[in-house]
Design a protein around this ligand. Structure first.
Ligand SMILES: CC(=O)SCCNC(=O)CCNC(=O)[C@H](O)C(C)(C)COP(=O)(O)OP(=O)(O)OC[C@H]1O[C@@H](n2cnc3c(N)ncnc32)[C@H](O)[C@@H]1OP(=O)(O)O
Ligand SMILES: CC(=O)C(=O)O
Length: 526
């Protein structure tokens, strides 16, 4: 079975709240989709806005390989003829060989939204498609609200498809525009339409009932051979069918021929790239492509995947370019420690007494408020201390922070630190706009001469979480710090009832871990 993949991220995806791509972004995304072998890329609606018009002008200079670029539009307006309708003329100006036209297939929409007669709707669909075909275009017809329309008035919904066919459409796409249909309805209605119409069928689902992926797969079971959707399920209201889930399900579970299998290994990268260009967080729990899609936390799970990954994974993550991860937390068993130690290249003989001891320490620290799954830097330092006799590159002798606020003057903080580095004692002082900033500056000042690599490390995020709010200002706090060296970033954690001490722990780990990473990639420090 072959199923063609039609991407509408650049059109229906941009109808999602908070999503707006520049023309450059759209061209970049289109380029990636082409590289991966998507069959159609719907670039936008040229009659809607100048940005989409510019996209189609610039898209002519881009390489389309075996993918088709398609431009989207409504039919001509009620009472108009396509040859004089501005929206249809803009569609032709886009200059694409493929065009996608949507029309109403639910009688309610014809009378209420279009405010016209059922016959006039059939006329604008038929005449628009016939005109576009006459202008040398291949037309995909999106039958808007098809499933709702079919349930309300099946004869009229069929008449709409017949009008599109008679106009010369190449594909009939059944749309679950309001996203409220159920998989078995979609499968059965698609099957019935497939028996009545000789044209190939497509499916376009929205996710309002959280069933867009299931409905798209059901349509394929019912005979559809084109699936429309978007990357990450972006789209109007709750979004469209997510192609990042549909593609692996079709390919690996339903044995359908879609895009080349080797290209599916770029799916995770594509999904994250599109989120990045949309300036949106990439949800960890996205199936197949999310950071947590193959992350194992419970000790029982990790123990089993060490024996056979298939015990808790429905698919090999490499097939979609994702990776298996093991998290360490209070829900870990010794297996999580063994897995993590192996990943770090530490010499650990299976489940040893040391592994059990460190596991116990982790559970106790999490009870105090530490959270290691979000602080891989602190965790790695702990494991290396336990299994490799890792020594910190510096040790605290003492520090003092002075805060002063005088009426009418700015808050003033100053830190003084005494550190031991090898045999040397380093004594420094620095000011900052707050106590943590003063400590951070002072610590760097003390260490930069000995470890110049620290100059490249910047604190990129600092989060404080009060752990037992009821204790008020006496509460324990957790400080999570993210640090970057411009290429990579890492997280470290500290917990104390004193926010300065918690910050100090996380700060020290952030620099120590940065130096460790540096040593691992480029050998010993200068
Ligand atoms: C199901 C879907 O997702 S379809 C795609 C929806 N996407 C968008 O709407 C985004 C792009 N849209 C736009 O830029 C604008 O809405 C435009 C340029 C298309 C139209 O703008 P305007 O001319 O100002 O009209 P407006 O948006 O207020 O109303 C839509 C008009 O299109 C008509 N219309 C709706 N569907 C169709 C159709 N399939 N065929 C013909 N006309 C249609 C409506 O009846 C309404 O006409 P009216 O003003 O005479 O009542
Ligand atoms: C065509 C379309 O976007 C829809 O029916 O949802």
């Amino acid at each position: 079975m072959a199923v063609k993949i039609y991407d509408t991220t650049l059109r229906d995806g941009t109808q999602g709240e908070g999503i707006s791509f520049s023309v450059d972004d759209k061209l970049k995304i289109a380029g990636r989709l082409v590289q991966m072998g998507f069959h159609w890329v719907e670039g936008g609606w040229p009659g809607s806005n100048p940005k989409d018009m510019e996209f189609f002008q610039r898209a002519r200079e881009q390489e389309w390989a075996r993918s088709h670029l398609t431009a989207f539009s409504s039919t001509c307006r009620v009472g108009q003829r396509p040859e004089t309708d501005v929206i249809i003329q803009a569609l032709l100006e886009a200059g694409t060989y493929w065009v996608t036209v949507f029309g109403k297939s639910w009688d309610l929409h014809v009378t209420e939204a279009l405010n016209t007669t059922l016959d006039e709707n059939l006329r604008i669909i038929r005449e628009t498609i016939a005109y576009l075909v006459q202008q040398g275009r291949q037309v995909i017809f999106d039958a808007e609200h098809f499933f709702d329309g079919y349930k309300a008035n099946p004869d009229y919904a069929r008449a709409v498809l017949a009008a599109a066919r008679d106009g010369g459409a190449s594909w009939l796409v059944l749309c679950d525009t309001n996203g409220g249909s159920l998989p078995w309805e979609v499968q059965e209605i698609t099957r019935q339409i497939g028996q009545e119409f000789a044209l190939p069928l497509g499916i376009h689902c929205h996710n309002d009932g959280e069933l867009a992926v299931a409905n798209s797969l059901a349509a394929v079971q019912g005979g559809a051979t084109m699936v429309q959707g978007t990357i990450n399920g972006f789209g109007e209201r709750c979004g469209n069918a997510n192609l990042c889930s549909i593609l692996p399900n079709l390919t690996f579970k339903m044995a359908a021929e879609t895009i080349p299998r080797e290209q599916l290994a770029h799916l995770t990268e594509l999904s994250r790239y599109v989120s990045e260009l949309a300036n949106l967080h990439h949800p960890n729990n996205l199936p197949f492509v999310g950071k947590s899609a193959f992350a194992h936390k419970g000790g029982i799970h990790v123990s089993a995947i060490l024996k056979n990954p298939g015990t808790y994974e429905h698919l090999n993550p490499e097939l979609v370019g994702n990776e298996r991860r093991v998290l360490v937390s209070e829900l870990s068993g010794a297996s999580n420690i063994v897995y993590k130690a192996e990943e770090l290249g530490l010499d650990l003989d299976n489940i040893s007494a040391e592994a059990r001891a460190i596991l116990q320490e982790i559970k106790e620290l999490e009870h105090q408020g530490f959270q290691f799954e979000g602080a891989e830097g602190t965790l790695e330092l702990m494991l290396r201390r336990a299994f490799e006799n890792y020594q910190y590159p510096f040790n605290l002798v003492a520090f003092r922070v002075i805060n002063e606020k005088r009426e009418g003057e700015r808050f003033h903080s100053e830190a003084v630190i005494k550190l031991q580095v090898g045999d040397e004692i380093i004594h420094t002082a620095a000011e900052g706009n707050g106590p943590v900033n003063a400590l951070d500056r002072c610590l760097r000042k003390a260490l930069e001469g000995v470890y110049p690599a620290i100059r490249e490390m910047q604190l990129s995020d600092y989060k404080v979480r009060v752990l037992n709010e009821k204790a008020g200002t006496e509460a324990n706090v957790r400080v999570l710090i993210e640090t970057t060296d411009g290429h990579d970033s890492w997280n470290t954690v500290g917990v104390s009832e004193n926010i300065i001490e918690a910050s100090w722990q996380a700060l020290v780990d952030s620099l120590a871990y940065g130096l460790l990473k540096r040593k691992k990639t480029s050998g010993p420090q200068e």
